[in-house]
Design a protein. Structure first.
Length: 204
């Protein structure tokens, strides 16, 4: 029996008046796109941080290739546009954001290199004025370039109005290259998603 790449079993983070993350299970394989649905709130960010080994849950565990070592997941799990964690500053030119992303991936990151990588964009335009579906795509693609990355976690793209029809093609393409892709969305996107859907708070 093949073991899933990333497994979260009953991960839970307490809080008042509500938990930051209700008990949640997840299994994610290489080459797979999965979606977890939950109401907008801290659970999305908390889940991403726990999966990436940046925050210890109060209960449950996360395993990457059977290992529970947080340090392994800090390298292997890339957090994409996570509120308060990896979302770009809206006032910064998106060309600057892309340059930083390419530098993190060990790629050339000067303006000419960024322009070659994304020739359709006006790099001096602020992030908030860059088409949201294109910036989501480029954030996914640049995160996938980082050495050692095996899992991408994209958080609440629908908060910007990015629909499943806009992010699913690039997610599927990256999965076809062997990456595991997890996307968390709000309830309004539930019936628009064409892949397996689970729940934040969906522990067995």
């Amino acid at each position: 029996m093949t073991r899933s790449l990333l497994v979260a079993a009953g991960i839970h983070v307490g809080g008042h008046p509500r938990p930051l993350l209700p008990p949640t299970d997840l299994e994610l394989d290489a080459g797979e796109v999965r979606v977890l649905v939950g109401e907008p709130g801290p659970a999305h960010t908390t889940l991403a941080l726990v999966l990436a080994g940046r925050f210890r849950p109060d209960a449950g565990e996360v395993r990457l290739d059977g290992s529970t070592a947080d340090r392994d997941r800090r390298v292997a799990v890339a957090l994409v546009d996570v509120p308060g964690v990896s979302e770009p500053d809206e006032k910064v030119p998106f060309g600057t954001v892309l340059g930083e992303e390419l530098a993190m991936a060990g790629r050339p990151s000067r303006r000419a290199a960024v322009r070659e990588w994304a020739p359709d964009l006006a790099l001096e335009v602020r992030t908030e004025d860059t088409p949201v579906e294109r910036r989501t795509e480029l954030l996914l693609r640049s995160a996938a370039l980082r050495p050692g990355v095996r899992v991408l976690v994209l958080t609440l793209p629908d908060r910007w109005g990015v629909t499943p029809a806009q992010w699913q093609p690039v997610a599927a393409e990256l999965a076809a290259e062997g990456l595991a892709v997890l996307v968390t969305v709000g309830e309004t996107s539930r019936h628009l998603v064409g892949v397996a859907v689970g729940e934040i708070g969906g522990a067995a």
